[in-house]
Design a protein around this ligand. Structure first.
Ligand SMILES: [Fe+2]
Ligand SMILES: [Fe+2]
Length: 375
């Protein structure tokens, strides 16, 4: 853990030294659409709805084109016989999106909890509620039971890219390019998932990354667009180094940033971290999305300075720690990143409330990975 800080200094030296900022021609705003009128008339009572700010939508304005899309990730579905809470929340999120009908929906990974066929089947079934175009990238919970076989069969392969209304969208696979640390240790598939579930990196090592082939693909894919084209890169894991022990990063962030460096208008939208996050490194901004299932605590180290963290979550309230965020950019104000928590409207105003500086050894017990992580 002691090495993380110097490494982050290196990240900023490598990527932030030029004082470059993300291009100012894109407006990204993020908010949860929550139509109580719809819900009140339906099967779900409005009174139960306050804890459900689960969907992130984005309007990207560029020239005359407007795109609205919804991001959902980290539903972590268990079979209904074990847990219906996560199923209920995912189900409602999908119903809301269908009611709103944005241009498309991106599912950002971790649909399942341990990648079992019944979990992925359940996710597929719930997703049938959505009739707008749906795009997918995998998370580690979807992938490592059978190394992505069933996921790809159901939801297609990645990486991919699509041009929609002048915006170049890229979907990456940040979980499928790891060396097979687990088989090398003689582990069964189920044992492998046992290490993935708690984000335990002590056996696996740094599984999150693009890998050489995907880096090459990304480089050649981006070369097809102009340098000032708005580019949105979807990834399950953040494309910068936040906290490696929990794979809150991609291990080849240096190469990723080298590839995106010529492009002036790049936004990375990612899942996996289950929390409000915002970062700018070089010409790229990164926005962390909420989970529908639960909020992770902030890592003991490495929360980007630009993040306005949400308040520490009430561990007794399973619906706490979810919320929505409104990010807007104007030429007068620059990027306005407003994080909100549903039904609480409470923001971090001091380190003691932030959950970022007082959680080491107190509210967040170090995991195995933290103690034995080796660089
Ligand atoms: Fe997740
Ligand atoms: Fe994840």
């Amino acid at each position: 853990m002691g090495k993380i800080h110097p490494d982050r200094l290196e990240m900023h030296k490598v990527l932030g030294g030029s004082k470059r900022k993300p291009d100012d021609t894109v407006t990204v705003s993020r908010r949860t659409f929550l139509h109580k009128s719809i819900i009140a008339g339906g099967a779900v009572g409005a009174a139960t709805y306050g804890w459900l700010p689960l969907i992130n939508t984005m309007d990207i304005a560029h020239a005359a084109n407007n795109i609205r899309f919804a991001w959902v990730s980290d539903t972590h579905l268990y079979p209904k016989s074990l847990n219906t809470r996560f199923v209920d929340k995912a189900n409602r999120a999908f119903k809301e999106i269908e009611a709103m009908k944005p241009d498309f929906m991106i599912f950002g990974g971790d649909l399942a909890q341990v990648g079992m066929p019944e979990e992925l089947d359940l996710g597929e079934q719930l997703l049938r509620a959505i009739t707008i175009p749906k795009y997918f990238i995998p998370g580690e919970h979807d992938w490592y039971l059978d190394m992505g076989k069933l996921w790809e069969k159901k939801f297609g392969g990645s990486p991919w890219s699509k041009d929609i209304k002048g915006v170049h969208f890229v979907g990456l696979n940040t979980v499928g390019q790891a060396p097979d640390f687990w088989s090398a240790k003689g582990m069964t598939a189920r044992e492998r998932m046992g290490h993935i579930e708690p984000l335990d990196g002590s056996v696996a090592g740094p599984w999150s990354g693009l890998g050489p082939e995907q880096l090459k693909w990304l480089d050649s894919d981006l070369r097809k667009v102009k340098n000032n084209t708005p580019i949105v890169i979807f990834s399950h894991n953040p494309l910068y180094e936040y906290y490696p022990p929990w794979n809150f990063w991609v291990r080849d962030w240096r190469e990723v940033h080298e590839i995106v460096r010529p492009y002036s208008n790049v936004t990375n939208v990612h899942g996996h971290t289950h929390q409000v996050l915002y970062n700018e490194i070089g010409g790229m901004r990164s926005i962390g999305m909420l989970a529908t299932a639960w909020p992770w605590p902030y890592a003991p180290d490495g929360v980007p300075k630009l993040t306005v963290p949400h308040v520490r979550v009430d561990p007794g309230d399973p619906y706490d720690g979810v919320g929505w965020s409104d990010i807007q950019y104007s030429s007068q104000k620059g990027l306005d990143n407003e994080y909100k928590m549903w039904d609480r409207d409470v923001f971090a105003t001091a380190a003691a409330d932030s959950g970022t500086s007082d959680n080491t050894g107190l509210t967040l017990r170090p995991r195995i990975a933290d103690r034995i992580w080796q660089y």
